[in-house]
Each structure stands twice: as structure tokens, then as C-alpha cells.
Design a protein around this ligand. Sequence first.
Ligand code: PEP
Length: 255
Amino acid sequence: MRTPIVAGNWKMNKTIAEARELVNALRDELTRVAASGKAQVVLCPPFIAIPQVAALVKDTPIKVGAQNLFWEVKGAFTGEVAPTMLNEVCDYVIIGHSERRQYFGETDESVNKKVQAALAHHLIPIVCVGENLQQNEAGQTQAVVGAQVRAAFKEISRDDARGIVIAYEPIWAIGTGKAASGPGANAVIGLTIRGALADLYDEATAQAIRVQYGGSVTPKNVAEFFAQPEIDGALVGGASLVAADFIAICKAAVE
Ligand code: PEP
């Protein structure tokens, strides 16, 4: 049985004061969800708010994640944040989000280096993969997503692979209000993503790895995703910024 994981990606939103306010609004309800043991809940604020958020959820089962990291542990890398800095305050780290691939030069190679660095420093990677609209319409989803998975898991051992979380996020669904269909996302995750993992490792490993869906998840459409057998939770952007919406989405994971 794979335990679903619901992660809120706040992107570049919320000052420290606003982050505190949001966590205070989320904490009691999300603590109940996470304490049920039926789902894990992760908040991924901007770097600067992470220590504050971590302190606020310290005595709860709610986990904290970062939205990126660099693969070196220290040195002359102005503006970057090391895994050894993050693992003091985080358990998770999002890697390869499409916005980082699109705006900040993230490549399949850098994603793989970051996954290796995260694992080496006891951070759980949430690795994002997904095709853009053009690729989707050209029937290239399987090729694109399969290649992203293979590149991200390059030189990752079977044991380490089992601890990685994948987020299938079709780019055309992120922040657009046009979510994938539940069965559509289920098919990509089951056939393409687990298929690539089975080729890389074996069927048991492919079945053990948690794969979330992400892309315009809302309280209204979330049940359709959580009803799918291949989907293990959600990576939520916009709706994770609204306390009532994120609470409703997290609750749906344990219903
Ligand atoms: C995301 O940021 O990863 C995301 C899926 O955003 P949204 O839920 O707003 O589409």
C-alpha cells in the first residue's frame, strides 16, 4: 500500500508574516489529516519562510519541503541553497518543477544531480515531470515523460529509488484551471511512469514509488484524482495558498 502524499507548492508567494498566518489557519486540520496515518502532508514555502514554517509545525506530523536546492554542499555559488542547509529544517524538496525548467535553465542533467544530492543528505525528492501542450497534442507524452523519468533516476539505486516521490504535472495543466482528467493522468502514471520505472528497476519497485498528480487541483476536482489507482496524492499550487481549499484537498486524501 502506498501512502498518498499531498504537498502544497507555494511558489513565490507569501512573505514570512503571511506564511505564519497561513500555517496558523492550516495547522489544526492538517495535523488531524497527517495524524490519521492515511496521508502525508507537506508545506513547501519559499526558502526564506522555511524556518518559520518549520518552527510552527514542529510538534505536528505536518512536514516541510523546499522548492529547489543546489547539489554542492558549500562554496562560491552565490544565491544557491545547499542540501546541508535544507535538511536542518526540511524533510522534502521539490526538484525539476516545470517553472524551473522553463525559466531557470533546469535540465534533465541538473535534475539528476539534485536528486542525488537530496538523497545523499536525507531529503526526500519530489521530482516533477510532465509534457507541454505542444508535446501533448503531438502524441509525444509517453516519449517526453518517459525520458524525464529515466534521466532523473540515472545512477539511483533501487533502494534509494523507492524513497523518491514523482509528481506528474502536465505543463498545460499547471496554473491554467484546465486539469487533466483523472483517467488520463492515471494512464500516464500507470503506463508511462511506472512503465519506465519497471524498465529501470523491476515491477515491484515501480509499484512501490509514489506518484502524485499536479496541475490545477482544486477541492472540486480532487476526488476524481484520488479515486485513481495509480495516483498517490497531489502536488498543489494555487489552491495550497487558500487555507480552506488546501484543507479540503488534504481531507479528500483520507476519505
Ligand atoms: C504546481 O505549482 O506544481 C501546480 C500544480 O500548480 P497549480 O496547482 O496552481 O496548477
